[in-house]
Design a protein around this ligand. Sequence first.
Ligand code: NAP
Length: 308
Amino acid sequence: MSEPLFDKVAVVGLGLIGSSIARGIEERGLAASVAGFDGSDDVRARARALGFCALIADTPEDAVKNAELVVLAVPVGAMASAAKSIAPYLADGAIVTDVGSVKAAVIRSVGDELPASAVFVPGHPVAGTEHSGPEAGFAELFEGRWCVLTPCGRSPEAAVGKVTALWTALGSTVETMTPEHHDIVLAITSHIPHLIAYNIVGTAADLEDVTQSEVIKFSAGGFRDFTRIAASDPVMWRDVFLNNKDAVLEVLGRFSEDLAALQRMIRWDDGQSLQDHFTRTRAIRRGIIDAGQDTPDADFGRPHGHED
Ligand code: NAP
């Protein structure tokens, strides 16, 4: 147990990320109390049954009343309505933070709904899984991961320091950058990879010469790893693409040019260029393993041999 960093923390949105934050704060004793709220009756009932928040409130008002920190953990497209629902009930000096995967658009939409006096420290934990809902959350989700904070005009240094202390206590390393830089970095490292996975899985499903059962049977050839990413939450990812449009389209332009270059190498039997390219990309994989961001185990640590 650590020293509590906060008196009361409220988490709005109790899915994968919100429930993981609530669990992490409670398990580590980082707040005197944690209250949760979710817009869905069903999610609130499931959260109560799971028992990870001392209070699952039936209204945003009851959740955020007297809270020192409010964490918005709803899909990016719902950030404005979540901010609007809590705005009248925020305690004086309360810090609002968020976990949205897109930053510039969220700063605009949340900023429009919060009172002028409100303190807002935008953030994005770069940690997640392809699962959603309160059952998917776990306290260790943020351990060994990065959390990006993108302070804006209403983020005083002391508030940035408190949010940094929270993420550090949850096991993450915090990096600060501008919202625009965040959005372009995440476009290439997260958003475009998801788009590619959604695309290739869709293409495989639509191929006429290959049957569905063949796609599943031979999926260990590489396809299987795309299907994990393509199983990610449809609402969350719809909102990411609609709200990080400019950065995604810019990086997608570069991606398409590079894909066309690979296409040309194959067409012209340019084996040397293909090999050079694949050698360069292999080094990037090694860098990720060396940085402790993935396991070096073959096949992502999946068991080999017979599974009986
Ligand atoms: P999730 O599991 O789908 O949970 C989101 C929850 O918010 C749902 O229970 C949803 O209820 C609820 N909600 C929607 N609108 C609301 C509102 N206005 N007020 C209160 N509750 C509301 O999603 P998640 O994966 O935790 O993602 C949450 C946020 O974290 C997103 O902004 C996402 O970009 C960000 N993020 C996600 C990941 C990841 O890998 N999943 C990683 C980092 C950051 P309904 O389902 O009934 O709408």
